[in-house]
Design a protein around this ligand. Sequence first.
Ligand SMILES: Nc1ncnc2c1ncn2[C@@H]1O[C@H](COP(=O)(O)OP(=O)(O)OP(=O)(O)O)[C@@H](O)[C@H]1O
Length: 239
Amino acid sequence: MNGLDVSGVSFAYGEKQALRDVSFTVAPGRFCALLGPNGAGKSTLFSLLTRLFTTRDGTIKIAGHDLETDARGAMARIGVVFQQSTLDLDLSVRRNLLYFAALHGLGGAQAARRVDEVLEVMDMGTRARERARDLNGGHRRRLEIARALMHDPAVLLLDEPTVGLDAASRAGIVDHVHRLCADRGLTVFWATHLTDEVWPSDQVLILHQGRILADETCADLTQDTDLRDVFLIMTQVAA
Ligand SMILES: Nc1ncnc2c1ncn2[C@@H]1O[C@H](COP(=O)(O)OP(=O)(O)OP(=O)(O)O)[C@@H](O)[C@H]1O
């Protein structure tokens, strides 16, 4: 069973076709980077994967659960980190996580235990009492990832999660999330403009004008050249 299974998905805003027959799978434990220039359809794809939008054209399965026919099962298995932060800055790290746990029906000792676990996973065990506002950008992002892991999802979606972070925080988060794939079998779907966040063994999807132009490992795609150059050439040739 795949982490993500997207088959024949199309979506239009009125006359504007944003996604055209998009199909791909992401195996469990894989890190899949979604690359695309402005207007490629990345946000639209994210909106469909998180059920903000729905479409009759095509099917989406999250860890085997169809988003249309088993929305509850599918959504229970997905964690999402949006581009814009949605932390409550006046609450402590722990309270932010407990609040989210309550939304997922988790309470009491079970929620408290899970808070400790996810903070440990994100190397934030010592920060539980700090106010979110007092964390630096990198740790706020880590907290959002910890929160997305609270309900133990099989799949983690991240929409340009390192925007605005300094190089060291960015590298730390990229490294950490790759390790979650390797150590815990988490399926990661990571949208980015930054090709240096992609590792040679990662799966790369290049989306352009609503179509998938490439779907293979970064190493196979680049053949020892630079991913940024390959990306620019592919999206310019197809323009
Ligand atoms: N609400 C909307 N109404 C009409 N067209 C839209 C709407 N939202 C997006 N589009 C169009 O759909 C296409 C895909 O847009 P989308 O926002 O998904 O791309 P993107 O890859 O996320 O771009 P960016 O990197 O700039 O955020 C674009 O041509 C865009 O202009």
